[in-house]
Unconditional design. Structure first.
Lengths: 418, 285
């Protein structure tokens, strides 16, 4: 919170508010007391992006993550949505249309982000730059380079970040899954002959774009320029705003770019691929449309250790005709089995609430979220170029394909930059 | 293009939009043909007509994207993607030449925008002069900047030349382009922009200087930390990014000095910034 030129921290604000007594109405739960959460454990929160999953993501701060929060800001480029959320939160929750005004408030410590994905990385990064912790709806990013910037920001500012998907938390509860992760992370499978094959569940047709939509005047309650943000300003086709934003490359990447984060988050944890990326990506899909996502049949990722991931949409074209092969400790020599036993077991995933309070890295931290999102983004690059691509997981560039790299790190519209 | 086929016949082979099934939920979507069919039925026949056929296809674009010309847009983008394949260099040149020739003609701005976006896919250094010529056009200038950045380092000179003269919104786009392409030769222009009246311009210029890693910009970045609110947040970032860039380039002394000065500039209300500086100092030894 900025008062004049002076910035006021949460604790300083609460202390001064309590001292002011009758001059300022402060809710009982903020001041603490018997049966109430102490002020030092109540977090000033905000929601940026109040439509769709946004309110649920903010509600999860308490319900899922166990954080006592006091919602101070509702922000959306669509003022009607921000006002709608404010009604639910009460009058101490202020309405904003521009997220930068939320970022500036020092009394907001935790931010839930529920915007369309072309804003996820930029707003998450800005919040961390301002010292806030972040839980952001999936997908974490819209393209590969955003993910690297996101992970860099988490590290640079020492903030807590959690992407809004939790499959890895359930996956990590099971002992056989923990054994699999340990085996895959050990580096002892040389080469790894494992293969994961899945089919369906990615809403490909549902979230491919309609091409028969005419542009309309921009509604008065919507700041269209700010909505477009880092993407080019296009004519206002109504489906570009709202849940159907998923149809457009400017904002997301179809069903794969969206549901893919749910699907691949537990898989990257299980097979120990949440700190690396595939080196080869092949896709079977029709030629792409320039504006909207479309159909695809399957894609195949090959990792540096030989592990393969094959994902079929079940909605277009022929099957890849491949089956799963589960990596096993049986593939190890007796000596390597002993080496594996001597290695530490995987640590359990730390929930966002615990991470905020203890300053540990959350289970769905930025690096893991980025590497999972890379699966969707790289598959979409292969789909959109119609070419098999070879990727360097360290430099995070496509090797020998300048045009494909334009989709790995597309330019942003000023003044928005990573 | 076979003699018996008109361009309209060829474009007509792009599949019809979906009817939408019983509930009409998927109406207006394009299932899309397999690549092999699209190449045989659409792309190769158009490309057989050379640049002239691609220009004729561009002539079929309508200014309003209301779905009426979806087959044309789909076919044109397919040509852009297809001709980026190895072995299609001659055909790619035809597509680029057709797009750039059309950009030089008197066409509606939305059509020019569509062509600029296509060049973001298919364009290379051959497209630079035509795109650079659009940098004074407020309607398509920002998109031209974006496409030039996508084309990459070959585009830095015309972008820098435009930056030297640019005003208003275009100056902001060009400052950002200099940062995206890490154009060290643009530092003098960026330093001027970092002291401009417009806050977005100052913020973007500091970021560009930081990503370029100009050691002489430390004072400018630190000066921004005296600002309030959003600009201050972004100025702190510029300092940290500049220090990291300097350290990566081996200039650890300058990086350490910047971390020290930033730490001193940040009050006790910003412990996370001071902690970030401490981590930086530890990293540079």
């Amino acid at each position: 919170m900025a008062i004049g030129n002076r910035k006021v921290t949460r604790r300083a604000f609460l202390a001064s508010s309590a001292a002011a007594g009758g001059l300022l109405v402060v809710p009982r739960h903020v001041l603490g007391g018997e049966g109430q959460v102490a002020p030092s454990e109540t977090f000033g929160s905000a929601l940026v992006g109040c439509g769709g999953r946004g309110p649920g993501t903010h509600g999860d701060l308490k319900e899922k993550h166990g954080l006592a929060t006091h919602c101070l800001a509702a922000c959306d480029v669509d003022l009607n949505r921000a006002k709608g959320f404010q009604k639910r939160m009460g009058p101490s929750c202020e309405v904003y249309q521009d997220f930068r005004r939320v970022v500036e408030r020092n009394d907001i410590e935790v931010v839930a982000i529920g915007t369309p994905p072309h804003w996820h990385a930029l707003i998450s990064i800005a919040c961390m730059e301002a010292g806030k912790d972040v839980v952001c709806e999936k997908p974490a990013t819209r393209f590969v380079a955003e993910g690297r910037a996101l992970a860099d920001a988490e590290k640079r500012y020492g903030r807590i970040y959690q992407v809004g998907t939790y499959g890895r938390f359930g996956m990590s509860q099971n002992e056989s899954n923990r054994t699999m992760r340990k085996l895959m992370k050990s580096g002892l499978l040389k080469p790894c002959k494992g293969r994961y094959v899945s089919r369906g569940g990615l809403k490909v047709k549902q979230w491919s774009g309609r091409l028969d939509v005419a542009p309309q005047p921009v509604p008065e309650h919507l700041d269209w320029d700010l909505y477009c943000g880092p993407s080019p300003v296009k004519p206002f086709h109504p489906p570009r705003h709202g849940g159907t934003h998923r149809w457009y490359w400017d904002y997301e990447g179809g069903g794969l770019g969206d549901m893919g984060h749910h699907k691949f988050d537990p898989i990257t944890w299980l097979f120990g691929k949440d700190d690396t990326a595939p080196v080869k990506i092949e896709a079977h899909a029709p030629p792409p449309h320039p504006e909207v996502s479309g159909m695809w049949g399957w894609f195949k990722l090959t990792y540096g250790d030989g592990f393969e991931m094959v994902v079929e949409s079940g909605e277009w074209g022929e099957s890849a005709g491949l089956t799963s092969v589960r990596p096993s400790t049986d593939d190890l020599s007796e000596g390597d089995k002993k080496k594996l036993d001597a290695m530490p077991d995987p640590k359990p995933c730390v929930g966002f609430g615990e991470a905020v309070k203890t300053r540990q890295k959350a289970g769905g931290h930025a690096e893991a979220a980025h590497r999972t999102a890379c699966i969707m983004h790289l598959a979409n690059v292969a789909i959109r170029t119609g070419r098999t691509i070879h990727f360097d997981p360290v430099k995070e560039v496509v090797i020998g394909d300048e045009e494909a790299n334009r989709l790995v790190h597309p330019p942003m519209r000023a003044p928005w930059h990573l | 293009m076979a003699k018996t086929d008109t361009l309209a016949d060829i474009v007509g082979r792009v599949p019809e939009l979906d009817e939408g099934g019983e509930k009409g939920k998927e109406k207006g979507k394009l299932t899309g043909p397999p690549w092999a069919d699209a190449i045989r039925d659409v792309y190769d026949p158009v490309l057989a007509g050379g640049k002239g056929a691609v220009l004729a296809l561009i002539d079929m674009l309508k200014p309003i994207d209301d779905g009426a010309d979806y087959k044309v847009r789909y076919a044109l983008h397919g040509l852009s993607v297809y001709t980026c394949r190895k072995g299609k260099e001659k055909q790619r040149a035809d597509v680029i030449d057709a797009c750039t020739a059309a950009l030089a003609q008197d066409r509606p701005a939305p059509v020019k925008e569509c062509l600029v976006w296509e060049l973001e896919t298919v364009g290379d250094k051959r497209a630079i002069p035509a795109l650079a010529a659009l940098l004074n056009d407020p309607a398509v200038g920002p998109d031209a900047v974006r496409t030039l950045v996508a084309i990459g380092h070959a585009a830095v000179e015309p972008l820098r030349a435009a930056l030297a003269k640019a005003k208003g919104e275009m100056r902001l786009h060009l400052v950002q382009a200099s940062g995206q392409l890490k154009d060290a030769a643009a530092v003098a222009h960026l330093k001027k922009a970092a002291e401009a009246e417009d806050a977005d311009l100052r913020i973007t210029a500091r970021w560009a200087l930081a990503t370029i890693g100009d050691a002489g910009s430390a004072d400018l970045c630190l000066k921004g930390v005296e600002a309030r609110d959003w600009e201050r947040v972004k100025a702190v970032k510029a300092c940290l990014v500049l220090a990291e860039t300097l350290a990566r380039a081996g200039n650890k002394r300058a990086a350490a000095d910047l971390y020290d000065r930033l730490k001193k500039a940040c009050s006790t209300d910003d412990p996370y910034i001071r902690e970030a500086c401490d981590r930086g100092l530890k990293a540079v030894g």
